[in-house]
Design a protein around this ligand. Structure first.
Ligand code: FES
Length: 107
């Protein structure tokens, strides 16, 4: 099993920035984005209550199920799409290798 995966962040111009993320540190995708200085506020620190870590998943292999809390939060966002997720709820796991996300604006 690989202990590092690659997550891609698609920019507005379509360019994809590759981020390496360790799978053995219990990180969330939100924490990986912040560590790489993307503009993700994550005001609630990963509690699924602020939605400032909202991303749209453009490509994935195997995403974890959404919790009720995450689904409820996303439903309250007017600009959420069917592919929206809270990046704090996505744990870095080998199944996420190759994930492509777009960081969503806050409003
Ligand atoms: S960091 Fe607040 S909902 Fe994800």
């Amino acid at each position: 099993m690989k202990d590092t995966i690659t997550i891609y962040v698609e920019q507005q111009d379509g360019e994809r920035i590759a981020l390496e993320a360790p799978t053995d540190m219990g990180l969330s995708v939100m924490e990986v984005l912040k560590a790489n200085e993307f503009d993700v506020q994550a005001v609630c620190g990963g509690m699924a209550i602020c939605a400032t870590c909202h991303v749209e998943v453009l490509q994935s292999n195997d995403l974890p199920e959404m919790s009720d809390d995450e689904a409820y939060m996303l439903e309250s966002l007017p600009h959420a799409t069917d592919a929206s997720r809270l990046s704090c709820q996505l744990k870095v796991h080998p199944d996420l290798d190759g994930l492509v996300v777009r960081i969503m604006p806050e409003a």
